[in-house]
Design a binder for this molecule. Sequence first.
Ligand SMILES: Cc1cc2nc3c(=O)[nH]c(=O)nc-3n(C[C@H](O)[C@H](O)[C@H](O)COP(=O)(O)OP(=O)(O)OC[C@H]3O[C@@H](n4cnc5c(N)ncnc54)[C@H](O)[C@@H]3O)c2cc1C
Length: 454
Amino acid sequence: MTVNNLSLFEEKSFWLRSYGDYTPNPPFAGQAQADVVIIGGGFTGLNTAWQFKQDNPNARVIVLEAAVIGYGASGRNGGFSMKLFGMEPELTVLRWGKQRMIDAHHYMQKAVKHLKTMVEEHDLQSDYRHTGMFRVSYSKQQLKRCQKTYELFQKLGIDDDMSWHTQEELQQEFNSERFLGGMYESETGILNPCKQVRELKRLALSAGVEIYEMIPVTDIDRNGSQIVTQTAEGKITSDKIVLATNAYSRHINGPRKLKNRQMPLWTYQVVTEPLSKEQWNSIGWQQQQSFEDNRQLVHYFRPTVDGRITMGGGDVVTPGDECMDKDFAPKLWQHCENHLKWIYPQLKDVRIDYRWGGPTSVNLDMTPEIGYLDDERMIYATGCIGHGVSLTHLNGRTIADLLNGDKTELTDFWIVNRKAIPQPGNTLSYLGAKTLHAGFKLWDRWDERGLKRS
Ligand SMILES: Cc1cc2nc3c(=O)[nH]c(=O)nc-3n(C[C@H](O)[C@H](O)[C@H](O)COP(=O)(O)OP(=O)(O)OC[C@H]3O[C@@H](n4cnc5c(N)ncnc54)[C@H](O)[C@@H]3O)c2cc1C
């Protein structure tokens, strides 16, 4: 990744742009010895750093971020603090069995609670609101699948905060004719991701973590029992290292195993101008919940604190090469805008103020992963797909336990050092992703046949 000027970083999302003035910490130069080095200044890296430093106040903990804090998915996402684990519960049951699905759900419940508690206890100024989330269906086929998902949660006994909503109930809530029914989960929230990640920076700094920005790590090597992290103008030797580089992990020089853990998948978002009071009245949605639809290539929607709607999804881009700059996607942005206005024709004249995209980290079995690279001194976390906001916060606590060498309920969670299918080389990964992508598109087209789009 090349280091550009600050204004380019700000353009990477509406959240980064609207954050206002931001002064990054200076880059690292020279030589240092640390207890733990953490690469990546997103939710995973900063949560890990803060948790570990709290446990070990005398330890030297250094975070190195290639761009600015929140440059990656953490500063660009939808801000849904949600409980969805992996791709879909059906897939998790199929691949891992019922008990692991239940365990995963409990971990995600804990993750949402953990994030909310952090916000409350540390007064994080990230516009957090605990408003719950709907999953809605546009067609009979989607409705049938949604009902099955709801029944699965019931059968597994993990439906405690969930309820079913009919077409009439949804119509009352959202004043859109498009929703045939769906499920609601009350224990979820929404936040401003850029504010959140920079509040995490504040927390970590106040605990004594050292954070350096605009400093890409160029190489990682082992020297006896020590790990050597190299940057353009510096070198840090440490006992342990955490690779919190998410979708960028294929590009990290050094640990070879990291390259085949995942691949980046790009998703795109738009945000409207602030709606007027009349516009809000015309669309209902007074409780400000978030919602997703029940497609394979899902759309996601939520309000912002300044009265806008931000939504995204509906399709993804699989780069398949070494490029991590797929920010420009006019067709997908237009798709998002059209889709929003299809749901709410009342908003047909509303302006889109900002458009952006970002990389999520996806692996072959669509299951998050925390693991060691060769031995316990190198830890990585990847594969959160588009469901990593709450997950990465709790993963930070889990990784801190691993760094401490503690065996805890969290480190016993089955994604820690789980068996993972390695991703094949670039060409095969690309072809596989393309095939899957085409399959999902076809599936959605089939499910939505007969839907009027005009
Ligand atoms: C558009 C979009 C919408 C999403 N919406 C949601 C949502 O609503 N809810 C949800 O749960 N999840 C969502 N996600 C997923 C969620 O954002 C991620 O799972 C989460 O932010 C991952 O955090 P992270 O810290 O692991 O990775 P990142 O935030 O990607 O951080 C990785 C960091 O590593 C840095 N880095 C890379 N290479 C180097 C290097 N060589 N040296 C130093 N630093 C390096 C990068 O600059 C980056 O800042 C979405 C993702 C996207 C892209």
